[in-house]
Design a protein around this ligand. Structure first.
Ligand SMILES: Nc1ncnc2c1ncn2[C@@H]1O[C@H](COP(=O)(O)OP(=O)(O)O)[C@@H](O)[C@H]1O
Ligand SMILES: [Mg+2]
Length: 336
């Protein structure tokens, strides 16, 4: 319960079911904590007109300066002669719910992309192969000095690029089928390092590892996890200048029963703005990039019940951290 006297909040009830906590609110002037002054004006107008408001959307600023999305339900008490005595009501903090809704939208978006990907990718792959082989056949009949030769080269390389996108989309769509077996995470890390080694050497980037010996086996889809690690490694190589370093570490946290795989690079880093976008499909800053590596990676990790997050310092480097819960029950049933 929130008691507003004049413009000051003089009391507010316990925090239950998103109800705003009293310490966060007491003594604050509504006018001051309204992030948009316009909201307060609309609130005053509506409550004085109708005598009450229900689920009025408003952004408040907490004492610590952070913002919260709130719903305000309040009524007006008037004296007999009509003057306003006080406004009473509830403020519900909807910040967490709003964040969950945003996450849900993101998941739905990914599902939609997956569905479209599966359909479109199959249809497009065959004609792309036809275009590619036709262009190559034509090139065989043409002198390399002929100006058309170069044009055909462009057709081939651009078609190849399309095929790359389609392949990524298919990988993305395939995320649903997930056969899990027990693996040592370190083995998968080593395999991913072998597969990306040449690329790193070519750019004169040193890739090292620091793998914990005490990691229990875990039920995962090896190819999918491998794909995640390759995606991260290729991004790291791409973002790092010659002479730079990449290090992969693995750790086990027995209390949380979580395995952590971290990939750090000394590359160019990611801006704050970009950090919010890199897991979205098709976001890329790379020439010829598809922007699907990280969304696919996140999809796979989340399917394994894990999380992936990123920490980055612009100009200094980036660390992606994957956390995978060791699926106890899965292991147990396998042992029987
Ligand atoms: N280690 C990294 N360092 C700096 N930027 C990165 C790193 N990893 C990913 N990024 C950024 O995230 C973007 C999206 O990556 P990704 O989804 O793999 O798509 P792509 O590699 O095709 O661009 C990259 O274009 C890059 O801007
Ligand atoms: Mg990538």
């Amino acid at each position: 319960m929130l008691l507003v006297h004049g413009g000051d909040i003089v009391d507010s009830g316990p925090r239950e079911g998103g109800m705003v906590w009293r310490e966060e609110m007491i003594g604050l002037d509504i006018e001051e904590i309204c992030v948009n002054p316009d909201d307060r004006y609309r609130f005053e107008q509506e409550i004085e007109e109708k005598g009450s408001v229900r689920d009025f959307e408003v952004k408040f600023r907490r004492k610590d300066g952070t913002q919260m999305d709130c719903l305000l339900t309040a009524t007006l008490r008037r004296a007999n002669h009509g003057s306003i005595i006080e406004k009473q009501g509830f403020i519900r903090d909807m910040t967490d719910i709003k964040r969950l809704e945003a996450q849900l939208r993101q998941v739905q978006k990914m599902e939609a992309v997956g569905r479209i990907a599966a359909g479109v990718a199959h249809e497009i792959n065959n004609p792309l192969t036809t275009i590619l082989t036709t262009a190559m056949l034509m090139q065989e009949d043409i002198d390399p000095d002929d100006p058309n030769f170069q044009e055909l080269e462009t057709i081939s390389s651009e078609t190849l690029r399309c095929r790359k996108i389609v392949t990524s989309l298919l990988d993305f769509a395939r995320q649903t089928e997930s056969d899990r077996e027990e693996h040592h995470i370190n083995d998968i890390v080593i395999a991913s390092m072998h597969l990306t080694q040449k690329k790193a050497e070519f750019k004169d980037i040193a890739v090292t590892h620091d793998l914990s010996e005490d990691i229990p086996i875990i039920g995962v889809n090896k190819n999918q996890i491998l794909q995640c690690l390759i995606n991260l490694a290729l991004n790291a190589i791409e973002a790092t200048d010659p002479g730079g370093r990449i290090i992969v570490t693995t750790r086990f946290f027995p209390v949380d029963e979580v395995i952590e795989i971290a990939m750090s690079d000394t590359g160019k880093g990611i801006t704050k703005d970009e950090t919010d976008k890199i897991f979205e499909p098709f976001f890329t800053t790379q020439k010829g990039g598809t922007g699907l590596g990280l969304p696919i990676t996140r999809g796979i990790i989340e399917q394994h019940g894990g999380t992936i997050d990123v920490k980055s310092k612009l100009g200094q480097g980036t660390t992606f951290t994957i956390r995978l819960p060791i699926n106890k029950r899965h292991n147990d049933t396998k042992d029987e």
